[in-house]
Design a protein around this ligand. Structure first.
Ligand code: NAP
Length: 336
C-alpha cells in the first residue's frame, strides 16, 4: 500500500519510513525542501502553503495518510496554521480523494487541555481542534497521543490506553506503533495515549481494545428495556443495509432514525466486535447525545445506537442516561 507521511523528515518520521518499507508499504514523503528522503518517494509540499489542489495531488492514490508533522516550537499562531489548519486541510483532501485511513499523531493532554500547564494549553487546544475535525470526517481514523518524546534507542515496548498518566516515550517506539496502526482498522475511531512500557505495539493495541460479543451485547442492549434506542444512518449506511438483512422489526423511517424493535440475530456468538461509547453534541442535532458505535473486526462502524429523547422533549430522561452509563461501565475495559 502507498502510505503518505506528512512530517517524514522529522525525528519520528524518519524512523517510521524504514518500518513502513519493512512492512511492504511504499512511502510518499511530503517535504518542504523536496530533498531526497531515503526509502521514500519525496513529494515537495509545504503543508501551510499548499492549495487544495496541491493537497489532492499529495494524497492521490494513497491507501493511508499519516500526520507526524509538527511546528517544532514556535508561536501558537504557527502551531494553529500547521497542526490545525494544514492538518484538517489534508484530512479534507483525503475525503475528496477517497483515501480512507488517516493516522493523526497529536499529543497526550489533548483530551483535557485545561488540566495541562498553562504554557502548553493553547498548543494542545490547537491539536484538539484537528482531532475533533478528524472525528467528523467519516474517515477510518486513529489518533495517537504520545507523551514527551525522546531520542532514546527503541525499546520495542510501549504502554497504550485511552488514558495514561504522565511519561515519556522514544520517538522510535512511537514510529513502531504508527507503522502497526496503518493496517489496524480495528483501531478506527479511537484516540490512544502512548508511553514507554512493557508490551510490543501489536499486543499493546490488542490489550487496549475492549472486545464485545455482538450477540450478547445486542441482547443486553435490548434488556435495558425502557431505553429506547435508535440506529443512525450516515456513515453507517452500509451497515444499515446489512442490519435490515439480519434483523427483523426494523422500521425504517426517513432521515437517520430507525427504531430498534426486537432483533432476530444471525451473527455468530463467536463474533467479537468493539463497542465505543460516547456522549457530546450530536453532529446533526447539535444537542447533547449519548451513543454506542459498534465496530466489526475490520474496524468498520456497523451500528450506532443513540439514546432517544422522550417524544417532544429537549431533555433526555435521567433514568435512561443512568442506564446508559451503567451499560457503558459494563462494556468498557478499565483504563490502564
Ligand atoms: N516534542 C514532543 O515531546 C512531542 C510530544 C507529543 C507530540 N509531539 C508531536 O509528535 C509529532 C512528531 O514530533 P517530532 O518531534 O518527531 O517532529 P519534528 O522532528 O519536529 O519534525 C516535524 C516535521 O514536520 C515537518 N513540517 C513542519 N512544518 C511543515 C510544513 N509547513 N510543511 C511540511 N512539513 C512541515 C518538518 O519538516 P522539515 O524537515 O521541512 O522541517 C518535520 O518533518 C509532531 O506532530 C509533534 O507535534 C511532540
Amino acid at each position: 500500500m502507498l502510505v503518505v507521511v506528512a512530517g517524514a523528515t522529522g525525528r519520528t518520521g524518519r524512523r517510521l519510513v524504514p518500518l513502513l518499507t519493512a512492512a511492504g508499504h511504499g512511502t510518499r514523503a511530503l517535504t518542504r525542501s523536496g530533498d531526497p528522503v531515503p526509502g521514500a518517494q519525496a513529494h515537495r509540499c509545504d503543508l501551510t502553503a499548499a492549495s487544495a489542489t496541491d493537497l489532492d495531488k499529495a494524497v492521490e492514490g494513497a491507501g493511508a495518510v499519516i500526520w507526524l508533522a509538527g511546528p517544532g516550537g514556535g508561536s501558537v499562531e504557527s502551531a494553529e496554521q500547521l497542526d490545525n489548519v494544514a492538518a484538517t486541510a489534508l484530512m479534507d483532501a483525503c475525503v475528496r480523494q477517497g483515501v480512507r485511513r488517516f493516522v493523526l499523531v497529536t499529543s497526550k493532554g489533548t483530551a483535557a487541555p485545561e488540566r495541562s500547564p498553562e504554557f502548553l494549553r493553547p498548543y494542545l487546544e490547537v491539536k484538539a481542534k484537528a482531532e475533533a475535525h478528524l472525528a467528523g470526517t467519516g474517515l477510518d481514523w486513529t489518533v495517537l497521543r504520545p507523551g514527551g518524546l525522546t531520542d532514546d534507542e527503541p525499546t520495542g515496548k510501549v504502554a497504550l490506553a485511552t488514558s495514561l498518566g504522565r511519561g515519556k516515550v522514544a520517538r522510535a517506539d512511537v514510529a513502531a506503533v504508527v507503522a502497526e496502526l496503518v493496517g489496524r482498522h480495528d483501531q478506527s475511531g479511537r484516540a490512544l495515549d502512548v508511553l514507554g512500557g512493557d508490551t510490543a505495539p501489536a499486543a499493546a493495541l490488542d490489550e487496549a481494545t475492549p472486545k464485545i460479543n455482538i450477540v450478547d451485547f445486542l441482547f443486553d442492549l435490548k434488556r435495558l428495556g425502557r431505553v429506547h434506542l435508535a440506529v443512525f444512518g450516515g456513515s453507517t449506511g452500509e451497515a444499515m443495509a446489512e442490519a435490515k438483512v439480519h434483523f427483523t422489526g426494523w422500521q425504517v423511517s426517513a432521515g437517520y432514525v430507525n427504531y430498534f424493535d426486537g432483533p432476530e440475530l444471525h451473527f455468530s456468538r463467536k463474533t467479537r466486535w468493539r463497542a465505543e461509547f460516547g456522549e457530546g453534541p450530536g453532529r446533526h442535532s447539535g444537542k447533547h447525545e449519548y451513543w454506542v458505535m459498534v465496530h466489526n473486526e475490520r474496524g468498520e462502524g456497523v451500528f450506532r445506537f443513540g439514546l432517544l429523547r422522550p417524544e417532544g422533549s429537549e431533555e433526555h430522561d435521567p433514568e435512561l442516561v443512568a442506564a446508559f452509563h451503567a451499560f457503558r461501565e459494563h462494556y468498557t475495559l478499565p483504563e490502564a
